[in-house]
Design a binder for this molecule. Structure first.
Ligand SMILES: *Cc1c(COP(=O)(O)O)cnc(C)c1O
Length: 391
């Protein structure tokens, strides 16, 4: 018997309270009980998005929500801009191309973010752009794009709506959809939202609703207009992921228990700082610089002199510590330390400690305990800062 320490960027560990909530007896999605659950829960998720708009719940992975954004907001032949800084940005490009859109691709090196100036310069010579797409948290590289600033560039240099993939960000990174001017924001359940895979979330601004209405989408199952119609009745067009929505209600309990989403985001920031400090103390390079580093996932380069597959395999086999490898051309070069959702400073200390054990096994040269100490120092400093505030 052993405990698998899942430090992937999704699926992520499920809190016991959420698991137990999902284990309750099934009930009809056309019942009063469901309507109450749906209405209350979607209301409670709004702070996670930073929106007053309805949160639509689709029984799907995050990709279907991205596809829903594309197929509802734009039509074949129309021009769009996709900002891509990694594998998930490239997915957005693929979806747009499949739907016959003319895609202008703003591509950055993997490990870099896209800045407001870059997007502004890219948009200036273009016209007739119907939508600009960007990934908030690029899960393949651990980059958090400054989507608040990208939204400004979109507003200042186009008439387009701004569509953001918030999968792996929402629940761990700040989001102010309305204030920042994001028009469609989507996320999925199994990253920072502490749920199993199978539920996705879409929020749509007034401006984007208008564009969707004019666009008259041909989608059936992913038709956001029918989701909106049914949401007015506190229901979904087809059978929803009932159990996951029950689980979502428990997730809202947990976030509220922590003090609200701002506190939850603060914990993710802290874990980011702990992980980064510990890797620096172990002389292990990070893929990204601090400025745009993700609060939910850290991409870490292979410790010098080690074979990454051997090291990750050893951590899994010997210590049941489960990290995700790199995607695309970063495979074999980086691994990804997920610290999102149901993850705490104690989990970071555990993972760093076991990473060090593995480094010793491979005779990597370092001062034993240096990574743990660095992470612990960051943690302690954050506690001290809090106690000063509360005094
Ligand atoms: C995981 C992920 C997706 C895809 O979500 P699925 O649930 O696997 O379909 C899309 N975008 C980002 C940024 C992700 O991290």
């Amino acid at each position: 018997m052993y405990k698998n320490i899942l430090r992937h960027p999704g699926p992520t560990p499920i809190p016991k309270k959420v698991e137990l909530a999902m284990g309750q007896d099934m009930f009809s999605h056309r019942s009063e009980e469901f309507v109450k659950l749906y209405r209350e829960t979607t209301e409670r998720v709004k702070p996670v998005f930073g929106t007053k708009q309805e949160i639509l719940l689709l029984p799907s992975g995050g990709t279907a929500a991205l596809e829903a954004a594309v197929v509802n907001a734009v039509s074949p032949g129309e021009e769009v801009v996709v900002v891509t800084v990694g594998a998930f940005g490239d997915y957005f490009v693929s979806i747009c191309e499949k739907y016959g859109l003319k895609v202008h691709k703003l591509e950055k090196n993997w490990g870099e973010a896209c800045t407001k100036e870059e997007l502004a310069d890219f948009l200036k010579p273009l016209s007739n752009i119907k939508a600009v797409f960007a990934t908030y948290n690029e899960t393949s590289t651990g980059i958090l794009n400054p989507v608040d600033q990208l939204a400004e560039a979109v507003r200042e240099h186009s008439e387009a709506i701004f569509i953001v993939d918030g999968v792996s960000a929402l629940g761990g990174a700040p989001a102010e959809m309305d204030e920042w001017g994001i028009d469609i924001l989507v996320t999925g359940s199994q990253k920072a939202m502490m749920l199993p895979p199978g539920l996705s979330f879409v929020a749509v601004s007034d401006k984007a609703w208008k564009q969707i209405e004019e666009n008259a989408p041909t989608a059936y199952y992913l038709n956001l207009l029918s989701y909106r119609d049914w949401a007015e009745k506190g229901m979904t067009p087809n059978t929803p992921a009932v159990s996951l929505i029950v689980g979502l209600s428990a997730v809202c309990d947990l976030i509220e228990e922590e003090g609200g989403i701002a506190k939850t985001v603060e914990r993710h920031e802290l874990m980011k700082n702990m992980v980064r400090a510990s890797m620096k103390a172990l002389s292990i390079d990070l893929l990204t610089n601090d400025e745009f580093a993700s609060p939910t996932i850290t991409a870490i380069r292979t410790p010098k002199g080690l074979n990454l597959a051997d090291y990750l395999g050893h951590l899994k086999k010997e210590y049941h510590l489960d990290f995700a490898g790199g995607l695309g051309h970063l495979q074999g070069e980086i691994f990804r330390f997920g610290h999102m959702g149901y993850c705490f400073p104690s989990d970071v200390l555990e993972a760093v400690s076991l990473m060090e054990a593995g480094l010793q096994d491979f005779s990597y040269s370092f001062e034993s305990g240096a990574g743990v100490k660095a992470a612990q120092d960051v943690y302690l400093a954050s506690l001290k800062k809090k106690s000063v505030v509360s005094n």
